[in-house]
Ligand binder design. Sequence first.
Ligand code: ADP
Ligand code: MG
Length: 346
Amino acid sequence: MSTKITLGIIGGGQLGSMLCQAAKKLDIKTIILCDDKEAPASNFSDDFIYSKYDDETNLIDFANRSDFITFEFENIPVNTLKKIQKIKPVYPDPEINSIVQNRFKEKNFINQHKVKTTNFKLIKSKNDLNEIDQLIPGILKTTTLGYDGKGQFVINSLNDLKNLKIDCEYILEKKINLKKEISNILTRYQDGKIAIYEPIENIHKDQILDQSKIPADTTDLIIDEAKKTSIVLAEKLKFIGTMCVEYFIDEQDNLLVNEIAPRVHNSGHLTINAYDVSQFEGHIRAVCNLEYKNPRKNFDATMKNIIGAEIDNYRSMNLTDKQFFFDYLKKETKPKRKMGHLTTIN
Ligand code: ADP
Ligand code: MG
C-alpha cells in the first residue's frame, strides 16, 4: 500500500495547477474538486472530481480520499468547508474565510489590530448614503464575491451614487492617490514558524494585476513595516499555509492594507523561478505538515500577466534562458481572463 500523502485541493484554476506541480515535486498526491469540467488543474492533478461545491456526497468522497484539504480561492461557501473539516483537517481554517470573504469584516479585523486601511463605510441601502463626503472620490465595492476589480464602481461625485441601485451590501471606500502598490507573501507552518518573502511591487491595469517585480522600488522603512504587519496579521488569524497581504502606499508614504488573500497569490508567481522554495511549495509544506524550509532568493525577477487574446503571441514566442512562460491551458480565451504569465529573472 502507498504511504504517500494525498492533498485535496478545492478549485481547479491556475493556482490549483501550480499547487499540483509543487506537490508532485514533494512526492505528494493531489486530488482536485472543481465545478468546472474543463478545469486547467485537471492536467496536473492525480485525481479529479467534477462537482458543485455544495454536493454533499461528492464532498464526503473527496474528504475521505484526502489526508489534508486546502483551496485555491477564498469564495467557497464556509459551510462547505466546515462540513469537510469534520472529516479531514482543512488549512487554512475556514473560520478565516468568513472574515476575509467579506470586505467589511476584513477591514474591521485589520483595524482592530491597529493596522491602517482606507477609510470606509458599510452601505446597505440608500439611507446609508449620508455623511459620506469624506469618502468621495471613492470606490464602491460589493462586500463579497469581488475579484480582479469585479463588483467595483468608481464614485467621483455624490451624483454618481444617486443613479446607482443599492441591491446588495457594499462598502464605500476612499479612493487613494496611489504612489505604489506592494504585496507581501508569507507561509506560516503548523508550529507557528513563518517563512516570509520580500515584498513585491505590483502594477495594475483596469484593476487587474499586470506586472509584479522584486525588488520593490520603495524605502527600507516601508519594506520592514510591511513585513512586520503581514506577520502580525498572519499570527492574529492563526493562519496555516501561504497567504498574501496587498498594500497601498499613498503619496505621503503611509502604508495601508488593501486586502488579505488567504491563499497563494498572483503576485507570487515569480517565486517559482526567483526562489528555491516557491509560494506553492511553501503552502504544500505547511498544510501537509512537512519540514519547514526558509525560502532563499536566487534572482530578482519580473512577472507579466498574459490577459485574453495576448496569449496567442506568447504561445509562439521564442524564449531566452531567463524567461519562463506558463500557459494555463484554459480551453476558452476571454477578454480580461488570465491566460498565462511570463516570468523573467535577472
Ligand atoms: P480585488 O478583490 O478585485 O483584487 P481590490 O480591492 O484589491 O479588489 O482592488 C483591485 C485594484 O483596484 C487595487 O489593486 C487597486 O489598484 C485599485 N483600488 C482598489 N481600491 C482602491 C482604493 N481605495 N484607492 C485606490 N485604488 C484602489
Ligand atoms: Mg486585490
